[in-house]
Ligand binder design. Structure first.
Ligand code: AKG
Length: 365
């Protein structure tokens, strides 16, 4: 390994504090993964032990035709079980998806000092943050990922402060993804027999964040993770992944301590978007819709990029199981939380599967 990283601290400073990211380590010519990135054995991802998710993607254009009810059933059934599905014939043009992937590569291929201007504490906007791993200051083993995160407040702010390399495409993608999310949430709420008022809908879906993730090639993919096991905290995530693969979702994500846990790889499908249910929707539906535990494997061949849009409740929104559902179920499985408290708890802890939901769970042990 390069002499630049002769201690764990100098590696940490180089990657995290100076903003070189994982890409900086790889560009320095390392031949094996630094110890700080080696995951404990139970978190390492064995590609050979997982299967591929073979369910065909859901064709959203059919919502406007005679197969409407069938498509609704497909969406509901996937949300009640795996919490993950893919959609095609959505409203995001394939050319935009291609531009997004290209602009992610363009941004992360900038020299480190051009990306470091967006590090926390330096960024010109509190809504734009460049970083690496998830909570590096707390993680024993770091995640093999760099990212740029852009919180949407308004168009003017986005066009002024988001990085030039990606701002226009990211903004367009965020807006179109929001339409997909809105349609899905209406379907899912409709199936619960709940009519959500416009102001409540805005409260549930009012915060939107677009991230660009960059996973440089890793010399020892079997020892590391790109992203550790977690569920997303918001309502619904729309995710664009490139053609490299490595995104896994856990079957029966509730069972946190299973010895025989099974993971399915979500295969890249050209033009498709991945949808996953987040914790907020699990809480609102009193557990009927399942937030999906997922993780990402690294590869040693090419750089992988992915672009999630997270749709989350507004920070001040109170989230609890919808009264209509609680009435039917006879009990509430989650307590009321203010979403900013949920977020704080989420970001204060390292990725540990669906443990984030314990913050709201009633009778959690
Ligand atoms: O890169 C991916 O496919 C998934 C990324 C992810 O899970 C995340 O950003 O939270």
């Amino acid at each position: 390994m390069s002499s630049t990283f002769n201690s764990s601290n100098s590696l940490y400073d180089f990657v995290v504090k100076d903003g070189n990211g994982v890409k900086g380590i790889v560009d320095s010519g390392i031949k094996e993964v630094p110890e700080r990135y080696i995951q404990p054995p139970h978190e390492q991802i064995n590609k050979l032990e997982s299967r591929t998710h073979v369910v065909p993607p859901i064709d959203l254009s059919k919502l406007n035709g005679p197969e409407h009810d069938l498509v609704v059933d497909q969406i509901v059934s996937a949300s009640e079980t795996l919490g993950f599905f893919q959609v095609i014939n959505h409203c995001v043009p394939v050319e935009l998806l291609e531009s997004l992937k290209n602009s992610a590569h363009t941004f992360f291929n900038l020299p480190p000092e051009k990306k470091a201007i967006y590090l926390k504490g330096l960024s010109p906007s509190p809504f734009v943050k460049y970083g690496t791993s998830f909570v590096p200051e707390k993680e024993k083993s770091l995640e093999w990922k760099d990212y740029i995160s852009m919180i949407y407040s308004n168009d003017e702010e986005a066009l002024q402060y988001w990085p030039n390399q990606c701002k226009e495409v990211a903004l367009e993608y965020l807006k179109l993804s929001t339409k997909i999310v809105r349609e899905l949430v209406e379907i899912l709420m409709g199936k619960l027999g709940v009519k959500v008022e416009e102001s409540k809908m805005e409260g549930i879906l009012g915060m939107r964040v677009v991230n660009m993730n960059y996973y440089p090639p890793c010399p020892n993919p079997e020892l590391t993770v790109g992203v550790g096991r977690h569920s997303d905290m918001g309502a619904i995530t729309v995710l664009l992944q490139d053609g490299i693969g490595g995104l896994y979702v856990k079957v029966d994500g509730e069972d946190q301590h299973s010895q025989n846990e099974q993971w399915l790889e979500i295969p890249p499908i050209h033009g498709a978007l991945v949808i996953n249910i987040g914790d907020a929707l699990q809480i609102l539906s009193n557990g009927k819709y399942k937030s999906a535990e997922h993780r990402v494997r690294t590869t040693n061949t090419e750089c992988r990029v992915s672009v999630p849009v997270f749709t989350l409740p507004k920070p001040t929104e109170k989230i609890e199981p919808l009264p209509e559902v609680v009435k039917k179920d006879g009990l509430a499985r989650y307590r009321e939380i203010v979403f900013q408290d949920y977020m704080k708890n989420f970001f204060e802890n390292v990725h540990v599967g669906k443990k984030s939901l314990d913050f709201a769970r009633i009778n959690s042990t």
